[in-house]
Design a protein around this ligand. Structure first.
Ligand code: ADP
Ligand code: MG
Length: 224
């Protein structure tokens, strides 16, 4: 059986002074290509830490993380950064847009790390903005957009490099109900129609219903 992502015997602890804090323990998880996984759990249970390990933002203390046959926990930092920029798109609770750039320029940002020409970067950014339904807001700055629109820009930025994975950390956490529904429908569309593999942390049971699988994290341990 082919899989996209596997974590085997993964743990993560942080050292704070002479204290060792165990954040994740004995995590075994396989995510298949095309899945939409929702991850729920109390604040401080290690959800963001787990996303950071899956996306190579942080490394595990023990265990193996394999993505499409590559042990990402054994890559060097520059190889890891290159892998991440090709393979993973990130969506955060508070959008993390650059306030001085307009929507199109924000979406174009990840492409500045590629050898594409400026014209090609703008063309691809415009396609991504169109996909999230915001072509008519291309020249607006984040402060001129609603929360839901800012999150659409952030999603366009996450998909502009055409990554296989989308990692979403509470993507509807700062949105009203209607905007949250629109964002979840967009994420579902990216999963079903564009074949993106999604892992999403959420506190929102309604948002989690859009996923095809629900996982719970409690005190650093994973439960189906
Ligand atoms: P969640 O996203 O579920 O709220 P986190 O993964 O952010 O939880 O954090 C889990 C635990 O790990 C918390 O107790 C937090 O204080 C601790 N933690 C997270 N990152 C670090 C770090 N860089 N250094 C030390 N402790 C950390
Ligand atoms: Mg978190």
């Amino acid at each position: 059986m082919s899989f996209t992502l596997s974590l085997t015997g993964v743990s993560k602890s942080y050292r704070r002074g002479d204290q060792q804090i165990q954040v994740l323990q004995a995590i075994d998880l396989i995510v298949d290509a095309g899945e939409f996984v929702a991850l729920m759990g109390p604040s401080g249970s290690g959800k963001t830490t787990l996303l950071n390990l899956m996306s190579g933002v942080d490394g595990p203390s023990t265990g193996a993380i394999v993505v499409n046959g590559t042990r990402i926990d054994q890559l060097g930092s520059s190889q890891l950064a290159a892998w991440r920029s090709r393979s993973v798109g990130f969506v955060f609770q508070f959008y993390n847009l650059m306030p001085t750039l307009n929507a199109l320029q924000n979406v174009e940002l990840p492409l500045r790390l590629t050898p594409l020409t400026g014209a090609e970067r703008r063309r691809r950014a415009a396609i991504a903005l169109e996909l999230v339904g915001l072509s008519d807001r291309a020249s607006h700055r984040p402060s001129e957009l609603s929360g839901g629109q800012q999150q659409r820009v952030a999603i366009a930025r996450a998909i502009v490099t055409d990554p296989e994975f989308l990692i979403c950390d509470e993507p509807t956490g700062d949105l009203d109900r209607q905007s949250a529904v629109e964002i979840m429908e967009l994420l579902q569309q990216l999963n079903r129609e564009c074949g993106k593999t999604l892992v999403m942390v959420t506190h929102d049971a309604k948002a989690a219903e859009y996923a095809s699988r629900l996982l719970h994290l409690d005190k650093g341990e994973l439960m189906a």
